[in-house]
Design a protein around this ligand. Sequence first.
Ligand code: HEC
Ligand code: HEC
Ligand code: HEC
Length: 158
Amino acid sequence: MGTNPVTRMLLVIAVLMAALTLEPVVSQAQEATGSFLPVVPKATGGESCVREPEFMRKNHISLLQHKRDLTVYDGDRTEDLSLKGCIACHAVSGTDGTPVTVADPNHFCRACHDYAAVSVDCFQCHASRPEPLDNASRSTSGHAAYTQLSDYLKEVLQ
Ligand code: HEC
Ligand code: HEC
Ligand code: HEC
């Protein structure tokens, strides 16, 4: 292929730019050196994640959204991909030995979000730390929560 140096240079630039724009924030952070990395707390429950950790880093958002839709529209309440599951295995203990809520910057879900300046509203309704089964199920499946959710979804989906 008789590409001249200018064409080749443009190709190199194009590839670099594509790599820069396509790489998600987190893996850029992980590839970077220095002390500005998000420190992701180790899981405290289970041997392995519900999917490959690498996959989870990039795809947890669509997985959670999909699972929510399956639950709310199709009544799928299996544990796979449930937000309660994430919270159970990824609980982080505070200084008093009990799991912290999302109000604490050390919360698992905040490790990268704070770093990437992402904020999620999930924990307005969902428990952000493991709770006794009674409380956890009541807090998300009561009638009030449904009304709240349906209003919320109307707002988000319009
Ligand atoms: C306004 C309240 C509200 C907000 C905000 C909310 N949810 Fe939910 N969510 C619910 C309710 C109610 C259910 C249904 C629970 C059930 O029927 O078991 C639910 C179900 C789910 C489920 C399936 C059940 C489970 O335990 O996993 C997932 C996953 C989920 N939500 C994820 C999210 C995520 C992620 C966010 C933030 C982006 C979020 N939700 C924000 C109220 C809310
Ligand atoms: C059965 C326990 C378990 C459940 C349930 C679980 N995880 Fe994990 N998760 C793990 C383990 C173990 C790892 C491996 C890395 C570690 O030790 O933190 C991991 C890794 C991850 C990572 C990569 C962390 C990093 O170091 O970059 C993300 C992101 C993640 N999980 C998100 C989730 C989300 C979101 C859910 C809920 C849909 C979930 N996990 C459910 C156990 C679990
Ligand atoms: C390994 C890093 C990491 C961890 C740990 C992590 N997230 Fe995320 N999350 C991200 C990044 C980065 C984004 C923004 C990605 C984007 O905008 O494409 C994000 C975005 C989200 C969004 C979408 C926000 C929006 O504005 O639409 C939701 C919902 C979410 N995460 C849920 C969670 C929950 C729940 C947990 C804890 C169980 C969690 N994440 C843990 C890295 C992480």
